[in-house]
Design a protein around this ligand. Structure first.
Ligand code: DP6
Length: 406
């Protein structure tokens, strides 16, 4: 029997606290500003990818959630696969003439997200990171996650940050070839493990503007974006990195919310204007603002930080000690359908009904937002900061003996 060359990896989702919005090079995906994110725990949200190289395969093929997906020549997927093959050739095969010439074989790739696309969470970051991690493992590439991040970046900008766990910066870089536009780890998960996240999945019926086309419109038309790039982001990158290193949640929260606000302001400053948040998104902001007002009044500093990407979903970052109170507060305004909150991290007694746990802290002004109907927030996902891509065993492989999805 001939050798099977196959590898499986999983990769996490990341949610930015300093937002990437704008490209200076659309082909290489080079950003107009640096950004910084928190990697979320892949025990809860992840993409898993299996890659196999075989001389009998006739073309590179990708299956996404079991369905064959086109690999467009010259497209983002094709670019990532080509770059990884090139790296295999330039390193392993070049250094050891007896190494199998995997770079010359076609690949079969199967990828699966454990969260539904309908959850409204971007899967491109974890998806491209898992693809790059699995091929890098298959090819035994002797390179750092930062080098792999350069390749993942060309799949989707935000994907480069999912090559590391913990707190991750994407440095914009200065070289026109993109060789210094890569991810670095600011601090590992173990540095500040009690950073938790509550993802509030907000119903969204209309099809919004994609990140890719939205950010290009912003680059082309928004004067505010130019101010953001020059005068705002560089200082925020320094300040939030320091806050992370010092585990200063108050500063981390202030900067996170300010940067989310400014990202949505540059979207609004685009012609034609882009709106990603809706009334429910804004109501969640009002609740978090009042929660922080109370906390500040009690001399405790900011205890919660909201952030929004290119859609209406909120992500609320908080320290573990406050997350239960925050979940109780959120369900007071946004009651959940049965089963819509999965108690991933065991906040409530086993079997407890989440709506029965609803309560607001003493002194909280409930007048800041209206209580919504059940399902206005259609799901709550409680997770926390997590680790980077993982190499998985054969038992988790997505390809069967024939090299097609199991
Ligand atoms: C608002 O990485 O999805 O989530 O590079 O065109 O694939 P492309 O865009 P993408 O944009 C993410 C934008 C954001 C902010 C962020 O994650 O930093």
């Amino acid at each position: 029997m001939s050798t099977v060359y196959q590898a499986t990896a999983s990769a996490p989702v990341n949610i930015a606290v300093i937002k990437y919005w704008g490209k200076r090079d659309t082909k290489l995906i080079l950003p107009t500003n640096s950004s910084l994110s928190v990697t979320l725990d892949q025990d809860h949200l992840r993409s898993t990818t299996t890659s196999r190289a075989d001389p009998s395969f006739v073309k590179d093929t990708l299956w996404l959630n079991g369905k064959e997906d086109e690999i467009k020549p010259g497209g983002r997927l094709a670019t990532c696969i080509t770059e990884l093959k090139r790296l295999r050739q330039a390193t392993v095969e070049n250094e050891d003439p007896t190494a199998p010439k995997l770079s010359t074989y076609k690949v079969h790739i199967a990828s699966y997200n454990n969260f539904p696309t309908a959850a409204g969470l971007a899967s491109s970051a974890s998806g491209f990171a898992a693809l790059v991690a699995s091929l890098a493992q298959l090819y035994a590439l002797p390179v750092s996650p930062s080098t792999l991040s350069i390749i993942a970046r060309q799949g989707s900008g935000s994907a480069c940050r999912s090559l590391y766990g913990g707190f991750v910066a994407w440095q914009e870089g200065v070289h026109p070839d993109g060789s210094d536009s890569l991810a670095i780890q600011v601090a590992p998960q173990s540095h500040w493990p009690n950073i938790h996240a509550l993802i509030c999945v907000v119903s969204d019926d209309k099809k919004g503007t994609s990140s890719t086309s939205g950010m290009q419109l912003t680059v082309d038309t928004s004067p505010l974006l130019q101010h953001r790039i020059k005068a705002v982001v560089p200082q925020r990158m320094k300040d939030i990195s320091k806050a992370i290193l010092e585990k200063d949640f108050d500063t981390f929260a202030r900067i996170t919310m300010a940067d989310s606000n400014q990202f949505h302001a540059v979207a609004l400053d685009t012609e034609p204007p882009i709106f990603y948040m809706n009334d429910v998104s804004r109501a969640i902001i009002a609740v978090v603002v009042e929660y922080n007002r109370l906390s500040l009044a009690n001399g405790q500093g900011y205890k919660a930080a909201y952030t929004y990407d290119a859609g209406p979903n909120a992500v609320i970052y908080a320290e573990e000690k406050n997350i239960k109170e925050i979940i109780q507060l959120v369900v007071s305004f946004f009651p959940q359908r049965e089963g819509a909150f999965k108690d991933n991290l065991g906040v409530f007694p086993p079997g407890a009904e989440v709506n029965a746990q609803a309560t607001v802290p003493a002194g909280f002004n409930v007048g800041v937002a209206l209580k919504r109907e059940v399902g206005a927030v259609k799901g709550l996902i409680h997770t926390r900061v997590g680790d980077g891509p993982r190499a998985l065993g054969e038992e988790e492989a997505l390809l069967g003996p024939e090299g097609t999805p199991k």
